[in-house]
Design a binder for this molecule. Sequence first.
Ligand code: SF4
Ligand code: SF4
Length: 99
Amino acid sequence: MPWLTGYPREKIDWYPAVDSRKCVKCAMCMNCGKNVYNWTKDSPVVARPYDCVPGCNTCAILCMGDAISFPSPEYIRAIYKREKIWGKVKKVLKNTGKI
Ligand code: SF4
Ligand code: SF4
């Protein structure tokens, strides 16, 4: 999936933040398909923040302690709009016959 079509991932501050006071150590966040978290002793840490998919918040939805937070969706929408990323993504999707 051409999420960013060449836009530098490091320029997008979208990754999870874990509130350790709320974390109930359920380990649901370790299901992340992008391997963003490490489990250290008995709790998760965000070890590879820029592997997180911009716009994804699945781990926050699954978190049993409501301990994971992300920036506002408006933050990511504004970047996509400002940098014209969505137009480029749409073009790739069309060229690959996905839409
Ligand atoms: S938002 Fe998605 S990609 Fe990012 S850490 Fe959570 S599950 Fe992984
Ligand atoms: S999913 Fe939430 S509560 Fe569970 S271990 Fe991860 S941060 Fe902690």
